[in-house]
Design a protein around this ligand. Sequence first.
Ligand code: PMV
Length: 321
Amino acid sequence: MTAQTEKMVQTAEGTAYGKLILIGEHAVVYGYPAIAMPFKWLQVQVHITPASGPIILDSALYNGKMDEAPQMLDGLVKSVKEALSWIGARETGFAITICSDVPTGRGLGSSAAVTTATMRALMAYFDCEMSAHRLLALLHTSELVAHGTPSGLDAATVMADGPIWYKNGERITPFSLGGCFHMVVADTGHQSDTASAVQGVRQYVTSEPAKGKTSLLHINEGVRDVGQALKEGAQQKIGRAFHAVQRELEVLGVSNSPLQQLITAANQAGALGAKLTGGGRGGCMLALAQDEAHANELQAALSDAGAHHVWHFSIGGEEQT
Ligand code: PMV
């Protein structure tokens, strides 16, 4: 046992938030920028408690020995093993209990948030420090399983304090917002499979290189417009970019009819802009409201249109749900 494991505490907690991509999903995989933020209205809490025998995982998805966990938890299991090897601790003697508000497979960063909270809980349990760089590397391990070829956006976003500008390989830049923006996120209730959506985009970009490139460039323009508009408080400009980028995501084949239905409902209810968020082909959509009262109207319209769950919140002012 190493000095670190001797300092082990009785129980420990780690937390993390989900994430919300405002704009730039999919294009970010090709080295273009994206804007995303931690979704602080959805949290993951992980507790580690001493237990005899092999590591136990206790979550809504699975309860049992970590080594026998189903494939969908492979990413998390790999990260836990890598973290324990880095700490110098044995793979035995404790239970990991995961309580998550972040729905799985909805583009809200469930896997990155669960892994981050688990890594934080492990650090607290074994009383050791981990650099942000090391944590990102461990997150990358689990995101490789979830996404196939992760851009790193999810990992960077769940570790951020607020909205970020992200471009793979460049320094992550926090955003200062020049206004208060009211937004609504609605869940179609349908699972989205990020890895297959990313794969579908790759097929399109490979088989239709000119059209694929044009779509990616248009998304890039939308991201740059939104970046500027967030700083200026220019709501209409953000709305226009959301519309334009949604059309490109449709061309890339990652929207689908449940998403389309909610996006249409938001547009009919006067959203300044609406688009899918995350990997697409299910999962969630995002709409920009005119003000707080309008966000309430959008929330009602999206519920009427069959949304499984709707969250409304503001950023840049006094944040509220
Ligand atoms: O995890 P999701 O479904 O929110 O998707 C992440 C965003 C993508 O751009 C589609 C993939 C990536 O690795 O950035």
